[in-house]
Design a protein around this ligand. Sequence first.
Ligand SMILES: Nc1ncnc2c1ncn2[C@@H]1O[C@H](COP(=O)(O)OP(=O)(O)O)[C@@H](O)[C@H]1O
Ligand SMILES: [Mg+2]
Length: 248
Amino acid sequence: MSTLEIRDLHVAVEDKEILRGVNLTVRAGETHALMGPNGSGKSTLAYAVAGHPKYTITSGTVTLDGEDVLSMSVDERARAGLFLAMQYPVEVPGVSVSNFLRSAVTAVRGEAPKLRVFTKELKEGMDALSIDPAFAQRNLNEGFSGGEKKRHEILQLELLKPKIAILDETDSGLDVDALRVVSEGVNRFGASGETGVLLITHYTRILRYVKPDFVHVFAGGRVVEEGGPELADQLEAEGYERYTKATA
Ligand SMILES: Nc1ncnc2c1ncn2[C@@H]1O[C@H](COP(=O)(O)OP(=O)(O)O)[C@@H](O)[C@H]1O
Ligand SMILES: [Mg+2]
């Protein structure tokens, strides 16, 4: 069973310390919600684990099944079984969804799937998510609605079958349709037992649809409280104020 372990992680952006000792363990088959106020460093954690060059690890460790993630290239992280869906996906004119997904699958599996096999796989994945077949030929992320971005994200999960998926789902475009797509996808992945999901979110609303096994409250660049689903209900009722006061 796969385990992502983050230990005492400190991360700086342009010489400013943002993460101040993050400890978090996510195992395959578990769904974790990481929740916290805006600016608390949630996306910084996702970017740091993804290997974004702007984020400097000043101390601490990140391992996947004991392997040092921080020494891996971005491609190696994907191949090791890490999947990171970012809050603001980039538009790529001239690259279709289908081409992008085939490249991603090739990078993760280490060899290109036969076109015929991939086309079938893609079609099955799209059917399961009720995605219009024409979607595969569209330019990557160009003019995608909130719901389409989320369907694309979950489609990537279906095709790449990561060991650990980190989904940064804050504020952006989570209309009711998008919310439903994400929660159904996350619930299905959680239930498969093969993928560990870390759902990063500002809004407690999503937790009416997703039932996390663990909830972590993030404030001031670290995890300040942990609990089960009942903690999400408490956050929805009370908000983050008591945590922001404590770290200010
Ligand atoms: N690329 C960046 N350049 C400059 N500052 C950044 C960058 N990324 C994050 N920060 C700063 O780090 C802090 C945490 O931001 P972020 O991780 O986006 O928080 P959250 O996702 O919890 O809203 C903020 O003060 C933000 O301004
Ligand atoms: Mg964010």
